[in-house]
Design a binder for this molecule. Structure first.
Ligand code: ADP
Ligand code: MG
Length: 588
């Protein structure tokens, strides 16, 4: 075939695929333009998840009428006055978004600079540009996009349901609104107001961030601590979650570089590193982190949607994030515990083995899948051999008798042959999970009605996700009713949890539900919801237990051998035999 130069409209359509792939990416580009234009308020309105129509309106500087056609041309931008690709401070600079949208939809651009008595508009229908005409408009800019990809069935096919597209738009608005508290945002869908965020005139800073986080994150800002570290002209600010409020997925991590939302592996990895010794594997902190550095220290021009960045000194950035987050957590009193017993001083792999062996947990049981199988009783002691049989009158108590609680977290028990330590929260969580599973096998989990039904405020996508799960949650003993676009009421909680924090439970479930965007087997999803619920059982780490309560927990654990491993596959019991104690004290 002969080589030919592609006509401009085809080039635009191909390029459009890089910038605009769904309504959410269109909203992102248009919102960024509004922010670049210095808007104080922006309004986003969608119809049918944005597939039918989407509008983004701002009160920014506007576009002079003569420039309107140019704004729709590819590689036409007002944001790169010179040749400098380094000192970029605006969101845009590639001059691609409007041209791309105008190539794959019907786009109307209307704008009025504040010094003109009225505005002007022009429409571009799939690349066919109309004339500039006068239009009534308040100062600012309005972009209307209709029938996105309607004429490109191949692209349209990849779009999800309107509900899923709306959820993605909410996420885009959430990310930009977190970074820009100095701008007010409203979001409407099919004529309903979903979100209205007031602007905070003081601009970014801990107070404004907290206010936005309270409105935008399912868990609010309650369990977050402020981060603030300045090093060599690079600043890390924001808020991070306390380890005890960790999450089942990394969905609640919002990272920004110079005010730009990013999904950056290096930053995410550094955050993980900062929590390494404070969170079990599989749990993720909440974080809203802003990294601000000189433009020459970061390249934002490595990704068409500008989601990834490249740092000139990645190691320094990583170290800054780890140090900033750690010192924030340390200040909040979350220091890692130094353990000195010999059994803990071995290398990690060996240590895990030793702990398992000491707990008498048979090799490999439940470790990988997190599902424990029954362990033979009485427990095998290290060095082999079953525990000595107990006298008939005295039923065997392999976990011994509770003597004390330490750090409000561990039960110290004296067993026939040594010392037993139990992680109360992990053990209880496992017991609750087993109870929930057993109850479900018998169909429904009993519900405990709340004397005072609790009203919980949640973002719209979280409410939708929970509403969709309503019937399943009811069979698990959790009864919810949606009140309006931003609230639901909890009427009953699963009885096996005991008295629990209903709001925290619902927020965690919303997050688990949101994390699972892909439809999957019902049973698998229920399993995950059960595990999330189990975390909210009433015996948490940090709760003082009385001796009878501890005794009761030990006895229940003996009845449910699966409780020897927690829901995440770690041991819940550590056992030091008398022989092992003697070795530790060099008595042998
Ligand atoms: P870029 O943002 O990369 O410059 P766009 O295609 O998104 O490219 O926009 C092209 C130009 O149109 C911008 O450089 C800007 O001059 C103008 N423009 C677009 N949206 C707005 C807006 N909301 N307010 C003012 N000017 C705008
Ligand atoms: Mg732009």
């Amino acid at each position: 075939m002969a080589i030919r130069r592609l006509p401009p409209h085809l080039i635009d359509r191909i390029a459009a695929g890089e910038v605009v792939e769904r309504p959410a990416s269109a909203v992102k580009e248009l919102l960024e333009n509004a922010l670049d234009a210095g808007a104080r308020h922006v309004r986003v309105a969608l119809w049918d998840g944005g597939l039918e129509r989407l509008v983004v309106e701002d009160d920014g500087v506007g576009i002079p009428p003569d420039d309107l056609p140019l704004a729709l041309e590819r590689h036409a931008t007002s944001k790169l006055p010179g040749e400098d690709l380094v000192h970029i401070t605006s969101f845009g600079f590639r001059g691609e978004a409007l041209a791309a949208l105008a190539a794959v939809a019907r786009l109307t651009l209307a704008s009025r600079p504040a010094d003109l008595p009225h505005g002007h508009a022009l429409t571009c229908d799939h690349g066919a540009l109309g004339p500039v005409r006068p239009a009534g408009l308040a100062p600012g800019t309005r972009v209307v996009v209709e029938g996105l990809f309607a004429r490109l069935p191949a692209r349209r096919k990849f779009l999800k349901t309107p509900r899923a597209e709306l959820a993605a738009v909410v996420d885009v608005v959430r990310r930009l609104a977190l970074a820009h508290p100095e701008v007010g945002f409203t979001l409407e869908h099919d004529g309903r107001l979903l979100l209205a965020l007031e602007r905070d005139a003081h601009g970014p800073g801990p107070t404004a961030w907290v206010a936005r986080i309270d409105r935008l994150l399912p868990g609010g800002a309650q369990a977050l601590v402020p981060v603030d570290l300045l090093r060599h002209g690079v600043r890390l600010g924001g808020l991070v979650g306390l380890p005890h409020e960790s999450r089942a997925s990394p969905d609640q991590q919002y990272l920004f570089v110079n005010g730009r939302p990013v999904r950056d592996r290096l930053l995410a990895g550094a955050l993980k590193g900062a929590y390494a010794d404070r969170l079990p594997a599989g749990r993720h902190p909440v974080a809203v982190l802003f990294l601000d550095l000189p433009p020459e220290a970061v390249d934002v021009n490595v990704h068409p949607m500008k989601l990834e960045v490249r740092f000139a000194q990645p190691e320094a950035v990583r170290a800054l994030v780890v140090a900033g987050v750690r010192s924030a957590l340390d200040e909040a009193g979350i220091r890692p515990v130094a353990v000195s017993a010999e059994v803990f001083a071995r290398p990690t792999a060996a240590r895990a083995e030793a702990v398992r062996a000491a707990a008498g947990v048979a090799d490999g049981v439940g470790a990988a899948a997190g599902v424990a199988e029954p362990v033979a009783w009485p427990l095998a002691l290290p060095g082999g051999g079953p525990a000595p049989a107990a006298p008939a009158a005295d039923p065997p108590r392999p976990l011994g008798h509770a003597r004390a609680q330490i750090a409000r977290t561990y039960i110290v028990a004296e067993a026939e042959d040594g010392l037993v330590l139990v992680d109360q929260h992990a053990a209880h969580e496992r017991l609750v999970l087993e109870e929930l599973k057993a109850a479900r096998r018998g169909q429904r989990v009993a519900a405990q009605a709340l004397l005072n039904p609790e009203v919980v405020a949640l973002p719209p996508d979280a409410l939708d996700a929970l509403e969709a799960l309503g019937p399943e949650l009811a069979t698990l003993g959790l009864e919810l009713d949606r009140l309006d676009d931003s609230h639901l009421v909890v009427r009953a909680t699963p009885a096996p949890l005991g008295p629990c924090d209903a709001a925290a439970l619902v927020r965690d479930l919303a997050e688990t539900a949101l994390a699972e965007r892909d439809p999957q087997a019902l049973e698998e999803r229920l399993g995950r919801l059960l595990a999330t619920m189990a975390c909210h059982g009433s015996v948490r780490a940090g709760r003082a237990l009385s001796l009878p309560e501890m005794e009761a927990l030990l006895r229940r654990m003996e009845e449910v051998p699966a409780s020897l491993t927690c829901n995440h596959g770690r041991p819940t019991v550590v056992r030091l035999s008398r022989a092992e104690l003697e070795r530790l004290f060099h008595r042998r």
